[in-house]
Structure formats: C-alpha cells, structure tokens
Design a protein around this ligand. Structure first.
Ligand SMILES: Cc1cc2nc3c(=O)[nH]c(=O)nc-3n(C[C@H](O)[C@H](O)[C@H](O)COP(=O)(O)OP(=O)(O)OC[C@H]3O[C@@H](n4cnc5c(N)ncnc54)[C@H](O)[C@@H]3O)c2cc1C
Length: 279
C-alpha cells in the first residue's frame, strides 16, 4: 500500500527521492498501472511526475521527441506524432485510461500485453534516460529502447525523460488480438522496415505475447533479409519455431502460435505491397 506520496519538483529531486526509497519506491505518472487491481507494482513510496515538465512533444524534419509524461490522448491529438503510433494508442480502448496513461508509464510497465512497446521497438525508438549516481552525479543517456528493455534491471530507479522517433520514413504496421478492445491481448505484434530501391530493409519484428513476454522474431527478420521466403505466408513456419507459448485466459498456446504466424505474414504482405507501389 502507498504510504508516502512525494511531489516531484524537478528531475534530479525526483531521482534522489526514488534512490532514498530503494526497491519499494517508484515514480507515479498516470497511475493506471500502479493503481490497477492486481498490479505487480506494489510501492510504499511514490514520487509524482505531474509537476515536472515532461509532457512536451517537439519535432524537426528528422525526429519527433515525445516527453515521457505525454498521455495517450495528447499523442493521439498531436499532428507531429507518427500515424503508426496513433494506431497503437487505439489499442487502449478506454477513453478514461487514454486520458491518464502516459507513454513513459507504458514502457516502464513492460507488460507482456503492452499496447505500445512492440510498435516502438519496430520503429527503432530511442529513450532519453535520466539517472543519478550514488555520489549524486546526474547524467542523461540516449539509448535504443531495445537496450532499455534488454537491460531493464540496470535501469531500475532511472527516469524515462522522453522517447525519440528518428526515422521519419520508417513503415510500421501493428495488430492486436484480444477478445474485446477492453480485454487483455493474447498477442500484439509489430512489423517495421525501411524501403530502399523497392526493397524492404532493416526489418524489425516484435511481439508482446501474453504469458511469454516481449519477443523479437530474429529468425523471420533474417529470413526476409536473405530472401528465404517464396510467399509472405511462408514466414509463419519460422515464427512458430522461436517461441514457447502458454495457455492462459487470453487463449491456448496453439491459438497464440497460429495468430502470431498469420499476423506476421499479413503485416509482411502489407509492407511488400508498399514496395510495389513505390516501384
Ligand atoms: C483495467 C486495466 C487494463 C490495462 N490493460 C493494459 C494492456 O492491455 N496493455 C498495457 O500496456 N497496459 C495496460 N494497462 C496499464 C496501463 O494503463 C498502461 O500500461 C499505461 O500506459 C501505464 O502508464 P501510466 O502513466 O498510467 O503508468 P503508472 O501506473 O503511473 O506507472 C507504471 C510504471 O511505470 C513507472 N513509470 C512511470 N513513468 C515513468 C517514467 N517516466 N520513467 C520511469 N518509470 C516510470 C512507474 O514507476 C510504474 O512502475 C491496464 C490498466 C488497467 C487499469
């Protein structure tokens, strides 16, 4: 139960408060995960990020930088935010939740049914991370989101300041599979790529799989780069060999297995169609 609520007045003060609180302290942004029934985020001390100006969205011709406290609604209404991210924002069906939930909170929650993480990874997003060392020295790092997720333990207590999307021409398509828009998703999958001279380049495919986690489909990426597949449907054969699926309330392991394979094939096909339009 939360017994200490600290108002963050600035980035460094907020980081110091988290440091003092140790493992039982956490930031509170929209609060939709922390205060959710059944949450795993059981802090006794929280530091609010609401009074710290971290919700601005800026852009130039090369990149869009979204403050960690930008809400889903704010992003959905901002013309600078790429359409592929707006598509993923709609995976959150509740308007109330969209008004509160933040992009930073969504990333840090690292859920296996994450609304945004697969899309952000497929987009090759970067994160700006603020940290404070034990001797009080403040530093900011700009790292790939993939790295933040891979080395999550290392970034415990760090503050996500912003999310950077610096590939304006990247194509990203995503799909989410759930019984209803309000239900937890069995699978959320994203396919990202560039197009150069009519060919897909730099393909990244990520899936949030309920009960399994956030997975990168490397074998499919490699197969596409090596032109192994005769038809888009052939990717499904490789998808299935990579992952340990589990039965749960969202569906059986074999259902998830099937859905992921066919979804990746579908998204791959959509990207291929774009290359043909460009040719
Ligand atoms: C009924 C219900 C269903 C939900 N279903 C889903 C779902 O299907 N998919 C999904 O992805 N989410 C789901 N959520 C959770 C939640 O709504 C989203 O993940 C949301 O984006 C979390 O953002 P927040 O700002 O509310 O985070 P908070 O609840 O404020 O914080 C969540 C975590 O992120 C940390 N945090 C917040 N901001 C930062 C920051 N800037 N830097 C570092 N750490 C930070 C907090 O310390 C905490 O650990 C659901 C919530 C509810 C209530």
């Amino acid at each position: 139960m939360i017994s200490e609520f600290i108002k963050g007045e600035g980035v460094q003060q907020a980081l110091k408060e988290i440091q003092k609180g140790g493992l039982s302290a956490g930031f509170i942004a929209g609060g939709t995960e922390i205060q959710r029934l059944g949450t795993q985020k059981k802090y006794t001390k929280v530091v609010s990020l609401h009074s710290i100006s971290l919700d601005t969205i800026t852009s130039d011709t090369q990149k869009v930088v979204i403050g960690a406290m930008a809400t889903f609604t704010q992003m959905a209404e901002d013309s600078q935010v790429p359409s592929y991210l707006k598509e993923a924002i709609k995976f959150c069906g509740s308007f109330t939740k969209r008004n509160m939930a933040t992009i930073g909170g969504n990333i840090a929650s690292l859920r296996d049914d994450s609304y945004l993480i697969p899309t952000l990874l497929a987009a090759k997003a970067r994160v700006h991370i603020g940290d404070i060392s034990v001797d009080g020295e403040y530093s900011v790092e700009n790292i790939p989101l993939r790295e933040y997720i891979e080395f999550r333990e290392h970034f415990m207590g760090s503050l996500i300041l912003a999310i950077e999307l610096n590939r304006p021409k990247r194509i990203v398509f995503s799909q989410r599979f759930a019984r209803t828009v309000q239900s937890p998703a069995a699978i959320t999958v994203s396919f990202g790529a560039g197009i150069e001279e009519g060919t897909l380049t730099d393909v990244r495919i990520f899936a949030a799989i309920k009960g399994t986690g956030i997975i990168r489909l490397k074998k499919v990426e490699e197969g596409i780069a090596e032109r192994q597949f005769l038809t888009p449907e052939d990717v499904a054969t490789v998808v299935n060999s990579e992952i340990a699926f589990v039965d749960d309330i969202t569906g059986s392991a074999s259902y998830k297995h099937y859905i992921l394979g066919s979804s990746v094939a579908h998204l791959y096909k959509r990207c291929l169609e774009l290359t043909q339009e460009e040719a």
